[in-house]
Design a protein around this ligand. Sequence first.
Ligand SMILES: *Cc1c(COP(=O)(O)O)cnc(C)c1O
Length: 457
Amino acid sequence: MHKIDIETVEMTLDVMKYAISRITNNAPELGQPKKEEELKALVGETITPEGIGGEKAFRLFRDILIRATVPIDHPRHLAFVPAAPTRAAILFDLITSASSVHGAYWMEGAGGIFCENRAMDWLVSLTGMPEGAFGVFTSGGTAANLSAMVTAREAWRKSSGQVGEKGLILTSIGAHSSIKAMARVIDVDLLQVETEDRMTGQLLGQAVDALAPAQRRRLFAVVATGGTTNAGIVDDLEGISEVCRRESLWFHVDAAYGGGALAADSVRHLFRGIEQADSVTIDPHKWLFSPYDCGAVIYREPELAREAHQQEGSYLDIFQDEGARGFNPADYQIQLTRRLRGMPLWYSLATHGTDKYKWAVERGISLALAAGEMISARPGLELVREPSLSCVLFRKKGWTPEQYVSWTYRNHKAGLALVTPTKWRRAREVETVLRFCFINPDTTEEDVQMILDTLGD
Ligand SMILES: *Cc1c(COP(=O)(O)O)cnc(C)c1O
């Protein structure tokens, strides 16, 4: 394993060369998915008793397989929530792998966890949560939401004594799909306030008042969204926090996508009330320019998370040395063995400074505003609602859902752009519309015009 031959050196250089050329390429080719059988026919068997050799495997990846993927950092990838990791962050992702650090416990990971914690200090400061609030990096928003919901449920069981009772969570239909999915994982019921628009304290209050006494007893948490994935809408966090305080409910803010906007002075006021949260989810791999995968969960009282998540085992009981005692990320979320996934963010923040992050997030917001103006200036197009954070919903007048879909495929096939339709719900009506989500600060106004040009007049 440790003897390095000339072939290994050449292989390493090839891989490094590829990595360098990829991270300096601002507009990588927009790849296309292919059927698994097609890919198999193209590359043949890759796992064999003798091995096919690193050189060949790498060539197959570089020449065939990577072309069947869509680079999320392409400047005209405006679908879903794209991403645009900084070069510094990607380089440090390589270092994170090369360093082989176990990120569960301070004893083994101190130096790396120290880096993560400095990046976490900054995230916590963005929320304005009080002294003592702290968090950990997770594999993403789903794991962060799950970790927070488990903590909320355990705290409720303990304080209410309702150990055998099935819990209930309130959220809105604008909430991300992972909330429903994680409610299933922890076997609690979920009720959704019927609005895809901003959930206000008043709407939430009405939903709580409408509960039957037996349901009200089971209600333990509210999940508000700090930037809905579909439309960038920030719920009325201040109003919701008041309802939660009055009703003694856990207040979770899912800002997986929108959390980056806490750094942007132009929209920070929309998040007023987030400082009152019991827990907050922010995904650095969405709008804080980290490579996949990197989410984060922050707790107002980390001690409650530790009570819910700390694992016990005789093999985990060896922290005698003073230096070995410290912050153990494994105690605050669902994973034990973990990658130090906050390290790339730390290095990138240290390299660029937080002002650069502010600038890059503001750029996404101003691109959304500019796109809104371009759309309004075209007679065939129409905004569905004003842009919010970096999301823009708009329609091509008279188009059917099928027309949107074939337009998407046409642009993707042409290698021009990836922009996908979505649905927007108002009252009982559901409409298929188009959506832009801007993350990459290298996207230009010309990129947006180029895409709009393909929609006709
Ligand atoms: C993307 C997203 C999630 C899920 O995050 P993953 O990192 O994909 O697991 C959760 N909530 C919101 C609001 C999101 O936008």
